[in-house]
Design a protein around this ligand. Structure first.
Ligand code: ATP
Ligand code: NCN
Length: 216
């Protein structure tokens, strides 16, 4: 059994905040790996004009994940899933021997009640929430927290998450990292026009990334 953290995102682009929170979560939750699930299209960001191509976002994630126990995955593109609840159900079916925990930044909590079947998602996997500067009060006042609050686990039990039955939600006490893709795009507005030229990346995308097990 591997203990796997799932970080879904647009990665538009990936940045050192993604890497840092993944490594910190790995340590705190006793994870073997973190899988970055590059979203083909966040259902709540449909039509976003500053969204780079999937290939460019995937390549940026691969660069940022280098030399870390982080796997960048195109699982959602291959499986045709757009909603996290579907993705997680497919992952659990595909990798029944592994245990998954969903990682998210607390900036996503205020809109979590808009995710498709978010209660169903919370029943599938425990959720670990990572603080972002400036989002604490909005996250705790989030509409979804009205229901999720009763499932909050103390940070002292973080390493025991595989023993929990979902729903379970844990607020990790990690040093907040201010990095954001929005700020990076504001600084370099043209990045999303670039597409990766590397044949290596095209080759990687052309064959199943998860042929057997992601780390094989
Ligand atoms: N610095 C950070 N600290 C904590 N969580 C983060 C951080 N950056 C991203 N995340 C989380 O990682 C996941 C994927 O994030 P995403 O790819 O959207 O990056 P982002 O910086 O939030 O992008 P954008 O600014 O475009 O919304 C989300 O759950 C998000 O909350
Ligand atoms: O399932 C949903 O309805 C849903 C709605 C909005 C966002 N998500 C997921 O949330 C993750 C973070 O997305 P983003 O764009 O904020 O990086 C990513 O995996 C999305 O697919 C999922």
């Amino acid at each position: 059994m591997a203990r796997i953290g799932l970080l879904g995102g647009s990665f538009n682009p990936a940045h050192r905040g993604h890497r840092r929170i993944s490594l910190e979560a790995m340590r705190t939750l006793g994870l073997d790996e973190v899988w970055w699930l590059v979203s083909p299209g966040n259902p709540l960001k449909e039509g976003a004009r500053d969204m780079a191509s999937f290939e460019a976002r995937f390549a940026s994630a691969e660069r940022m994940a280098r030399r870390a126990p982080i796997r960048v995955s195109d699982f959602e593109l291959r499986e045709g899933t757009r909603y996290t609840v579907e993705t997680v159900r497919k992952l659990k079916t595909r990798y029944p021997q592994d245990r998954f925990i969903w990682l998210l930044g607390n900036d996503t909590l205020p809109n979590f009640h808009l995710w498709r079947d978010w209660r169903g998602l919370a029943r599938e996997v425990p959720i670990a929430v990572i603080r972002r500067p400036g989002y604490d009060s909005a996250a705790h006042a989030a509409r979804a927290m009205g229901w999720l609050r009763r499932f909050v686990r103390p940070p002292s039990q973080a390493n025991d998450w595989t023993e929990w039955s979902a729903p379970a939600i844990l607020f990790l006490r990690l040093p907040p990292d201010p990095t954001s893709a929005t700020a990076i795009r504001a600084h370099d507005p043209s990045w999303y026009n670039r597409t990766p030229k590397s044949a290596k990346t095209r080759g990687r995308l052309a064959k199943p990334l998860f042929a057997r097990r992601p780390l094989d």
